[in-house]
Design a protein. Sequence first.
Lengths: 761, 188
Amino acid sequence: MAAIQAGAQCHLSVSGHMLSTGAQEKIPGVTIFIRETNRYVLSDSAGAYYVDSLCPGAYTFIVTAIGYDSSTLRLRITKTQHKDLWLMANIRQLQAVQVTGEKKPDISTVTATHIGARQLFQAGGQTLGETLKSVPGLNSIQTGPSISKPVIHGLHSNRVLILNNGVRQEGQQWGTEHAPEIDPFIADRITIIKGAASVRYGSDALAGVLLVEPRPLEPERNLEGEANLVAGSNGRSGATSLLIQGKGDGWLDGFNWRAQGTLKKAGNFSTAHYYLKNTGLEEEDFSLTANYKKKNFGVETYYSQFHNKVGIFEGSHVGNVADLDSAFKRSRPITPSYFSYDIARTYQQIVHKLFKTTAWYVFHNGGKIEAQFSDQRNKRDEYDIDLPYTTDPNILKLPQISFQIQTQTIDLLYHTPTRHHFTGTYGISGETQGNVFRGIRYLVPNFRNYNGGAFAIEKWSKDKLTLEAGVRYDYRWLRVYKLNGTTLQTYHNTSTYSNVTGTIGASYRVNDKLSFTTNIGSAWRAPSVNELYIDGIHLSAASYEKGDSSLRSERSYDFTVSGKYESERFFAEIALYDNIINDFIYARPALTPITLISGTYPLFNYTQANVNLKGLDAEMRYKILPRLSIDSKVSLVRGWNKTIHDWLIFMPADRFDNSIRLDLGDRGWGATKNWYISTGLLTVLKQTRTPPNSDYVPPPDGYSLLNANIGFEWPGRRHHWYFDLAGYNITNTAYRDYLNKFRYYCDDLGINVVLRTKMSF
Amino acid sequence: MRKGFCLTLTAGLIMLFFYACKKDEKTVSPPLPGNEFLTTVRLVATNTADANDVQVATITDTTIIAHPADSINHPTLTLKAGSTYNVSVLFLDETKTPAGNVTDDIYDRRNYHLLCFDISGGATLTVARTDLDTNNPPLPIGLQDKFTTGAASTGTLNVQLRHQPNAKNGSCDPGSSDADVDFNIVIN
């Protein structure tokens, strides 16, 4: 083959076959991502691949295929060439979470969606909850502009499990105003498992699991990195994140390291017509990772710290229902505001530290064992605007509420090699947790918690069909320490919970384009300590909540069916689910209010009922023209309380997200590439399905928001730049969202223009 | 390298055991000694024409003090018709003996507090605040008031302690309610 003239022209190509090591079979459907040109190429049904339009130079090929270990190759292209690429069959193809950074789900028949690096870049600077809203079936429950928690299929808080780099995130996640203490910049990918998945992940996975996964630490060069810079107009916010990593060579071969840090700051955010007083935030995070990897074993240690201080909108501070009522009736908050970065009381200050260490070993038979230890310390201080009645200056400085929770976990996993089409994953896990409450305002008691669990998942996979089944047993021991008000003696109550959960599922690939999956999963959750023992006013919600120490575990049975069609021009995915939750714990409004010295409050008692959540998530993408595509997403949820024959409160309203995108490719100026322009209309309907007498004000009207993006890349010899300019709520529409707890007091955010840049080097 | 793996595992188990033995949660911190609860609101009305005519009415939060004695839970204020009274509004912490004085803490932060009075149900009563804070210009507080009664009647007097940090402007609207109680008024 004649070599094509090298130079500025980019006419070189590489072609060959994808082969599996050992079996030497040709593998169809392998994805090759060429990092420098940001292109994806797929191997055809005969396993052949072809990459054209390459310039002379070095390229990074990232090769991924289902059932195979992904690999990264550096190729120096000087001429058009033939090169066969080899992939190693992945014996761990069911694994999701991990320990080693493996990325295939342990339960493969549940609906899972991935948010990749590109989408994460376009959401840079946002909270974790906001980042996920682009996925059908996901929402966020908010407390003002800076506190946002992910909602999966209508459920949130301790019904959604978050695994931060393979470790169950443990803080005070029961509170709707307690956002996950995770820096989204650490993630290279977020996997959303929609459905009950306790079998693999333990308790709390009633609605789903979020896997926040950093990029596996396997640097290609001795020193490389990535820098992010985000600036937003609303709140005059800024975020910067830097990641550097490298690998050792010589006698340090196999040793890799990474350091990452993020700084974030925002001032008072503004709605369409006014500023929100005291809504600034400050955040400082860092993480360090080091690993040592050889062919059949590895160890990795990870340490991260998360610090933030979040102002709580001043107008949301209400003494009682009369205050809330008058705040709601005002067209704008009574105290005018202006822009400021100052954060005054009321604010939250959170520190979250995570240490984990993992080790894995691959046996000669291909089986793999993994062990993980983690230690988390979470401190949450909440400072109220209402100072305590005291003249003691030391007490005046204290937070009204202070929690400190420490959690240690240990996990042991064994992945069997594939034998006669069977693959298995077995695991045991243990956890211990201690919570210390210090505060002026009593909220929840101290406790100690031990959890133990064991599970087994078997998968059978042949040709087009995959069958899977799993079972798990969990035991939980909880001891609560309280103080007798008159004798000042500590006493304790102990409860235990044990649960068996299971999963069974199947998936069938009709052909390369069409596949169907169905799964029945179960999950459980023990009542959280607030549901058991809370007794007091919930500030900013103007309600009085009373726990019930006799509550039992919640159990869910989740049925999901999904179908997916994927071709060059057309993509469609539709998922239907029916989640039956028995003994669902919720705060039921009492008929008589409670009168305190500070006024009259509606009383909510924690109780249990059998409920049902069903819904539909759908997405359709169609390329009208080679460069023009439309994308439509629909999320519908219906929550029904079967015990009292009524709707469930705070269910996400119907949501439709339609966008149109123009890919201009490399037609921009100079060396820039991959230009795109997209615009979208997000429509959220009014929630009309709400139980009576459970809320202070009716749900807000539906709304539509216009958003737009423009972006491009600028690959250089040493650097690769990414730019994205986004406009949110471009028409500056004043609106309120049903799932934003501050809809009683103020509008949601007005226009926001955000510039995001990323540079990899 | 199986050895290294086992070593990590053993180290993990030891660390878990070590941590599991630290039990900070067993020490439940008692209420802070200097901190006071607002449990009780009291009106003390002294007839301007007769210093011996002192009328008292008190309301106590029954969620903090389950069965308060009548001396701290007697919500009816009986006043003479056609009279004026100097009234002090007192805020107390009755969880302590003697009762904690919350009024002084409120007075210390008087620039952030305002008492609001609302008469309903037909009581012929007017309330005027007589004390001032140190805002510029000074604004009323309401811990000291003048009550003027008309003809014999009955009704309800709502007393609110409004907490208005950096927002006090003389009106009751800003801020939030720290106390919101209803006294029965009997004028005869």
